[in-house]
Design a protein around this ligand. Structure first.
Ligand SMILES: [Zn+2]
Length: 122
């Protein structure tokens, strides 16, 4: 039965093609997975770098730069980078997250911010 033989052969060829395509698909999926991982890693590094440049150290504390220039009137922890609070606006700023204290009191903040702005002028 020559017709049947041709058909079987054709099917065999299709199966081979499908198998080859499936292998190729698996390979491409692996590569996409690897590339996604790399992109994620680069993305994290760029974000970390940008966040680092955004924060400026002054008098032992960190201050966040505004995109439009100047600084946000908030003190950030030099250890964990979380916002710090000054109890009653009189005591030194401290971090509730990691208990770090800095040598700036709440009522000194406007003066510190003013000096920081002048210090930062380039
Ligand atoms: Zn902290």
């Amino acid at each position: 039965m020559p017709a049947k033989l041709v058909e079987t052969k054709h099917l065999g060829t299709s199966k081979d093609r499908i198998a080859a395509l499936e292998r190729e698909l698996m390979q491409l999926r692996r590569e996409v997975g690897l590339l996604r991982g790399l992109v994620g890693e680069v993305d994290r590094k760029v974000s970390a770098k940008a966040a680092e440049e955004e924060l400026v150290e002054y008098r032992g504390a960190l201050f966040r730069r505004k995109v439009t220039g100047g600084f946000h009137e908030e003190v950030y922890c030099p250890s964990c980078r979380q916002p710090m609070r000054s109890p009653q606006n009189e005591l030194n700023f401290n971090c509730r997250n990691c208990q770090t204290w800095v040598n700036i009191k709440g009522h000194e903040l406007p003066e510190v911010m003013d000096k920081l702005r002048r210090f930062d002028r380039r």
